[in-house]
Design a protein around this ligand. Structure first.
Ligand SMILES: Cc1ncc(COP(=O)(O)O)c(C=O)c1O
Length: 387
């Protein structure tokens, strides 16, 4: 650190240099991210609540009230209004919280469990590996069927007396697939096993698309075996980063991981982090109120229509789509060059694509910042590769 501070002009001049090196969502070139341009209403609300700390909610009673309302609104969207939860940093934190609750709850109920296990689909996000590592859980992967959804029989075979949680995904990270949650819920409910649904990606679009007539399997609290759901406002919810959500069916699941907080305005705390921003809550609240169901339906429907456009363009250009998209994610490959080579060629043309690991393919997420004109240029570029 320098002894003397620099002028404001100088500090911001240098910040602009860093900023210039960043990509922007608005450019339409970011094709491999589940984040997007934050909506201006969310940004305005976020700025208003920058000093609010939900880690000490007694000091920020307005924000706390807002968080309760947001959780109940998200619950309402996902099949149960009277639920419990928090607005946190994202899907990773939400999944870790869910696994922590499940482990504590199961081990409290059954002290004979000495070697707790979680069963997660092979397609589950890597945050479950972090959760297993932090919480000393064995992570066991359930196999996928030929549409890359979890194979229910594989879950059944893996259940054991040490299983503390089963995970299903509604909108997988790599391919946007929705697991057969209804069947899994049935199994978990019957065996008294905690079921967590990771709808970090799909939670903000499946309900709206379903209302518009798209057909999706059930995945939410309407299924009695579902104990918790991850839903990320900073993905399809258009909220600024970092904004995640964790919802629990019953208060006992939050209580299973609460600790005493002697010096704060509330006696107990269940979140992983202590100090946490109220700004994310304000942004989520403002966007739900401003956009309403109609606004979010338009956003999700638009993404699905552009996905279809991209899908057709990819096929017409002679590339191979590895599986029929269920949500706004497409994975494809070339019949002539490897996935790495194709990715390299696309990167050279300025596109930030990502690669799926299973199956290996180029992965494009059609987030709200991807417009028709971007897809047209992308398809032209695919054709120019002459593959
Ligand atoms: C299904 C799913 N769950 C969890 C996460 C992790 O979310 P975050 O990066 O916000 O922690 C992701 C991220 O892409 C995801 O796709």
């Amino acid at each position: 650190m320098e002894d003397k501070g620099r002028s404001k002009t100088e500090v911001f001049r240098q910040l602009k240099i860093f900023k210039k090196k960043d990509m922007t969502h608005l450019s339409g070139k970011i094709l491999g991210s589940m984040c997007t341009c934050p909506h201006p209403i969310g940004l305005k609300a976020y700025h208003m609540f920058l000093e609010s700390n939900l880690g000490d909610p007694g000091l920020f009673k307005g924000t706390k009230t807002m968080e309760k309302e947001v959780i109940s609104l998200l619950g309402d969207l996902l099949g149960k209004q009277d639920i419990y939860g928090h607005i946190i940093t994202g899907g990773t934190e939400a999944n870790i919280m869910a696994m922590r609750s499940a482990r504590n709850f199961a081990m409290e109920k059954n002290p004979k469990i000495k070697d707790p296990e979680i069963i997660v689909p092979k397609s589950a996000h890597f945050s479950f590996k972090k959760a297993a590592d932090m919480l000393c859980l064995n992570i066991i992967e359930a196999q996928l069927d030929n549409e890359y959804k979890v194979d229910v029989n594989s879950i059944k075979e893996l259940l054991s007396k040490n299983t503390v949680a089963v995970v299903a995904v509604a909108g997988t990270t790599e391919l946007g697939k929705i697991d057969p949650v209804e069947e899994i819920s049935h199994i978990c409910y019957g065996n008294n096993i905690y079921l967590h649904v990771d709808a970090a990606f799909g939670g903000y679009s499946i309900p709206f698309l379903t209302e518009m007539g798209y057909e999706f399997p059930k995945f939410d609290f309407g299924l009695r075996g579902v104990c918790s759901i991850t839903i990320d406002p900073h993905k399809m919810g258009l909220a600024p980063i970092p904004t995640g959500g964790i919802l629990f069916r019953e208060k006992k699941y939050l209580e299973a991981m609460s600790v005493e907080t002697p010096y704060l305005t509330e006696d107990r705390q269940s979140t992983l982090v202590g100090t946490r921003t109220g700004a994310s809550t304000a942004a989520t609240w403002a966007l739900i109120k401003y956009l309403g169901r109609e606004g979010y339906k338009t956003v999700s429907d638009q993404c699905m229509k552009i996905t279809k456009l991209l899908y057709n363009g990819i096929i017409e250009s002679g590339f191979e789509v590895v599986t029929e998209p269920q949500l706004n994610i497409i994975a494809f490959k070339s019949k002539k060059v490897s996935v790495d080579e194709l990715a390299y060629k696309l990167e050279n043309l300025g596109w930030a694509v990502s690669k799926s690991s299973y199956p290996r393919a180029i992965r494009v997420i059609v987030m709200p910042h991807i417009k028709e004109e971007h897809v047209k240029v992308f398809i032209e570029d695919l054709n120019s590769l002459d593959l």
